[in-house]
Design a protein around this ligand. Structure first.
Ligand code: ADP
Ligand code: MG
Ligand code: MG
Length: 476
């Protein structure tokens, strides 16, 4: 049977040190880059994006399972986004106490009231999984969450396979090197954006990347931008403030920013409360949502990606409602659900609280937040729940079974960090894109994957949060 990287390589300190130097240069050569923390808005000084020295073994069957599910998940997300009754019921208890979700929901309602101005929908999402280890040594794919908004690292992860292949070649591991699968989500993302742009149907109109204030991860986005330019599709990068100052809708609700018509708004910012620094930012979000531009994603699809929706989907009969005639699809999707529990007021929520307080280490407590570092674990679950167990405040959270992936040994390469072996856990993501025009799905694809790995010392956190690093599967 195919194996991972043998210990004689992993633990050979001289070799590892040499390989780490080779690895960093390979990452720089491939454009696996980030701006430095001190100067996030300048490309004068850049570094390699953090990554593992070695790829991580992933069973081929589970890898293929994640990829093959992605088109189902695309359809599911899209159906949810169009079911306003479902969204309203699913999020009712959450928006009563969570101000951020409530504000997003208000925009959603206003759009429904006015009527959606654009029938073309562009989705770029990433469904993330961990491989839960079973008693018999096998592993089962369990979804951590789905990101429907600003799912990142499709660009950089298009260039990491060659980095790891090179490292393995230099290490003399030619056979393993061939077991790193190809990956090019950037091309797929660009293809989907290009499709939406074409359907919008105005040659001069641009694709607008709505970007962060602090743009450390710009290269991840540049790969997509450059793919679009190759197709003669103009792109611009604008912040909320630029759109606030220079953006307007004409009488047909066409969005103009700085005199340029915008065909597609691709949000890479706007998923955290902190992104909305003022009322103007919220007004700007509303302006873009009301516009004729294709939104990636639109406000309804943004809400479809909340953790509360994820929990409601795991209830009996809910998936069946979305796929009444497709029991196979329901079964395949449901097989990836971990236990998810409501904290709504009432006996069911009371039971969830009791269960969490009794065995906190079995669970993760999650608020409606994105970007890593927001979840609550272990004894802190008790502290937080004790403080709000009788209050509606608890309905801002959901509870989830903790997934236990098999730990592995690796080296996390990060600027200025000492080279040391770490016990690591990995998370596998599948990227999906879709374009819908009215009722017709004109594109629905799985476009690649992302493997992220973190030290097991950390319970939470993604790459942008400075915890996880980029990795590749080594198919076994
Ligand atoms: P975010 O939207 O902030 O990325 P996630 O649900 O992905 O929220 O959680 C952040 C991180 O917390 C994940 O990348 C993973 O490392 C860890 N995590 C989340 N849910 C679980 C879980 N059920 N079991 C184990 N770890 C989890
Ligand atoms: Mg997320
Ligand atoms: Mg996540």
């Amino acid at each position: 049977m195919a194996q991972g990287i043998p210990n004689e390589v992993l633990m050979n300190t001289t070799l590892v040190k040499d390989l780490a130097d080779v690895a960093k240069d390979a990452a720089l050569l491939q454009g696996v880059l980030m701006r430095i923390q001190e100067k996030p808005n300048s490309s004068e000084l850049v570094t390699y994006a953090p990554f593992t020295l070695f790829p991580t073994p992933v069973p081929k069957a589970v890898f293929l399972q994640a990829l093959s599910l992605q088109t189902h998940y695309n359809i599911l997300v899209d159906k949810i986004s169009q079911d306003s009754t479902f969204l309203e019921e699913a999020l009712a208890s959450t928006i009563a106490v969570d101000d951020f979700t409530a504000r997003l929901f208000r925009i959603h309602q206003q759009i429904l009231k006015e009527g959606r101005s654009q029938s073309i929908m562009l989705g770029i999402n990433r469904s993330d999984y961990m491989l839960d280890q079973r008693a018999d040594g096998s592993s089962s794919l369990k979804q951590i969450e789905i990101n429907t908004f600003a799912a990142s690292f499709g660009g950089l992860s298009s260039h990491t396979p060659d980095v790891h292949r090179h490292i393995l070649n230099v290490a003399g591991r030619l056979e393993e090197s061939q077991r790193i699968p190809d990956n090019n989500p950037a091309a797929g993302q660009a293809r989907a954006v290009a499709k939406a742009w074409e359907l919008y149907g105005s040659e001069r109109a641009v694709v607008m990347f709505l970007v962060e204030e602090s743009q450390r991860n710009i290269f991840d986005q540049r790969f997509i931008e450059n793919e679009l330019w190759k197709r003669k599709i103009p792109t611009v990068r604008k912040r909320f403030d630029d759109v606030h100052k220079k953006g307007s809708l004409d009488q047909d609700k066409r969005l103009f920013v700085d005199g340029q018509e915008v065909a597609v708004v691709y949000y890479r910012n706007g998923y955290m409360p902190d992104n909305y620094i003022s009322e103007e930012t919220w007004d700007t979000r509303l302006l873009m949502e009301r516009s004729l531009a294709v939104k990636c994603p639109d406000i309804s699809t943004h809400l479809a990606g909340t953790k509360k929706v994820q929990q409601v989907l795991a209830r009996p009969e809910v998936l069946e409602k979305f796929f009444p005639d497709q029991p196979d699809m329901v079964e395949q999707i449901r097989a990836t659900f971990a236990g998810l529990y409501s904290l709504d007021m009432g006996s069911e929520g009371d039971e969830t609280v009791a269960m969490a307080l009794a065995t906190p280490d079995r669970f993760v407590l999650k608020p409606q937040r994105e970007g890593g570092g927001n979840n609550i674990y272990g004894s802190e679950i008790c502290q937080v729940l004790e403080g709000m167990k009788e209050s509606t405040e608890r309905t801002a959270y959901i509870l989830m079974d903790k997934i236990h992936p098999t730990p592995g040994q690796n080296y996390l390469l990060r600027q200025d960090a000492p080279l040391k072996v770490s016990t690591c856990l990995s998370e596998l993501g599948a990227f999906g894109v879709y374009v819908r025009q009215g009722k017709d799905m004109v594109m629905n694809e799985c476009i690649g994957h992302l493997l992220r790995t973190k030290s097991s010392e950390h319970s939470d956190g993604g790459v942008a949060a400075g915890v996880a690093v980029l990795d590749n599967p080594l198919l076994v």
